[in-house]
Design a binder for this molecule. Structure first.
Ligand SMILES: Cc1cc2nc3c(=O)[nH]c(=O)nc-3n(C[C@H](O)[C@H](O)[C@H](O)COP(=O)(O)OP(=O)(O)OC[C@H]3O[C@@H](n4cnc5c(N)ncnc54)[C@H](O)[C@@H]3O)c2cc1C
Length: 438
């Protein structure tokens, strides 16, 4: 990888997400050589992926070059590389561009969509965990409407305009709200020759309330908001199969839909060499102690979504969200410096700053430690927090201007099919004789 030898200890960070970047920032200016590896050359602000999928934002406004984050730091190296294996005995990582030795290794590779082993849903459904996936979804949504114009079979047309979102967490709720707003404000203007009132947005949740990690008040209010936008919420309903057209559920409810978005769970990214059962907890997360050290190897650490600190107060680890990742990254940076100074490391303590979700224009729910509120003020708080955590002044400005423009114009101008999503529409062109066409 052409990384020079150094007299300082080498810390290899794998993953330039929220955790990896927070750690890198904390180590800047310290007597250490840092090598950051990521399979992409950019950091992704995942909380706004749904806005890319729905044409509200261009992808480059939620991505930021990792090299730019590191450019002022001395002794920092970045390589665009995908981690393939950790060889603990030799203290090396194996990647698609070669091997690299480490003194300290930090795994910050995050999580991936968990289809819970359902191959058909994985094959036919859409995930929204990365920018390419969000762009696929954006293209597919728009292509479905283009296709709906071409069929004169009402049944097929309805299926092309039918959206099923599985998972009533913040991602599902935010996406459902955004699609409902598109249906109301944009589709009738873009497709005047299509009866877009027939488009349906179905949000399916296996449990008895949406946003189950938030307060009951937030769940209730989010449901009210979504229903006021015309979203149909199906609770206590578990999706069991999807063949690209028919969505089946455990309760025998069926939907015909060209789009199924799977937002029903994530699991830790698998790392060869750290994938033995003794390293993992359910959800494929790596078991770490309160110093983020991988159990059984004090030179390897894991932070963020991939890491699970199990304790009496956190039996399932910390929530797989940006704040725990950022806080663990910063804390581990402080701990590594303590270690290099021969001081004792401090245990990680999570400061829960609350959670929030937006449903759409003027509609959001916020649960802070002391205060809970919903509606317009919550929406402004949601926007402010997201702008604050976006990396880069340009990105903040672009997102802010886009939001103001969209607010004033009731618009989302990035509804472009730049890179068509290749889907097989043959299922939606089958002649149907049983239904009378109109
Ligand atoms: C659609 C969506 C909406 C979300 N909304 C919110 C929200 O509103 N609030 C909130 O707090 N959280 C939200 N989250 C969760 C939040 O984004 C994650 O918890 C957070 O990104 C975890 O940070 P991390 O550093 O652990 O991993 P990530 O930020 O995912 O970073 C992991 C990095 O590792 C890289 N990587 C992965 N595998 C490899 C490999 N093998 N080799 C090299 N590099 C690799 C990736 O390219 C990536 O850059 C959302 C997530 C999604 C998908």
């Amino acid at each position: 990888m052409n990384i020079p030898k150094s007299s300082f200890p080498r810390v290899v960070i794998v993953g330039g997400g929220f955790g990896g970047v927070a750690l890198a920032k904390e180590l800047s200016g310290k007597e250490v050589q840092v090598v950051l590896l990521d399979k992409n050359n950019y950091h992704t602000f995942q909380p706004l992926l749904y806005q890319v999928s729905t044409g509200g934002l261009e992808p480059d406004s939620i991505a930021y070059p990792i090299r730019k984050i590191l450019q002022d730091y001395k002794n920092f190296f970045f390589r665009m590389a995908e981690l393939q294996q950790v060889v603990r005995e030799q203290k090396i990582v194996v990647t698609n561009i070669g091997e690299l030795s480490y003194d300290h290794l930090v795994i910050a590779v995050g999580s991936e969509t968990n289809f819970f082993g359902n191959i058909e849903i994985e094959k036919n459904g859409m995930a929204m965990k990365s920018i390419p996936q969000s762009l696929n979804l954006r293209s597919m949504i728009l292509e479905n409407f283009e296709q709906a114009l071409l069929t004169d079979n009402l049944h097929e047309r309805d299926a092309l305009m039918n959206f099923v979102i599985v998972g009533g967490g913040p991602t599902g709720v935010e996406l459902a709200g955004a699609l409902a707003e598109i249906k109301k404000g944009i589709l009738p203007k873009d497709y005047p020759d299509l009866d877009t009132r027939r488009a349906q947005i179905n949000l399916i949740q296996s449990g008895d309330r949406i946003l189950k990690e938030m307060s009951e008040k937030a769940s209730e209010k989010a449901e009210d908001f979504l229903e006021s936008l015309g979203v149909q919420i199906w609770k206590n309903t578990r999706v069991t199969d999807y063949d690209g057209k028919k969505v089946s559920t455990k309760t025998k409810l069926e939907f015909e839909a060209a789009t199924l978005v799977w937002a029903a769970g994530v699991k830790g990214v698998s790392i060869k060499g750290l994938d033995a059962e003794n390293f993992l907890v359910p959800g494929n997360r790596i078991k770490v102690n309160e110093f983020n050290q991988v159990v059984g190897d004090s030179n390897i650490y894991a932070i963020g979504d991939i890491a699970c600190i199990q304790s009496d107060t956190t039996p399932y680890g910390h929530p797989m969200m940006a704040q725990p990742a950022i806080q663990q990254g910063t804390h581990l940076g402080e701990n590594l410096v303590r270690l290099f100074d021969n001081k004792a490391m401090q245990p990680f303590k999570y400061k829960d700053k609350g959670s929030m979700a937006t449903v759409g224009r003027n509609k959001a729910v916020v649960d802070l430690k002391k205060y809970r509120f919903q509606g317009v003020f919550a929406w402004f708080v949601w926007m402010f927090v997201h702008l604050f955590f976006l990396i880069g002044f340009r990105n903040r400005m672009v997102v802010f201007i886009n939001w103001v423009y969209n607010y004033i114009r009731f618009d989302r101008e990035a509804r472009l099919i730049i890179r068509p999503y290749q889907r097989d529409y043959s299922k939606f062109n089958e002649p149907r004789t049983s239904k009378k066409e109109v």
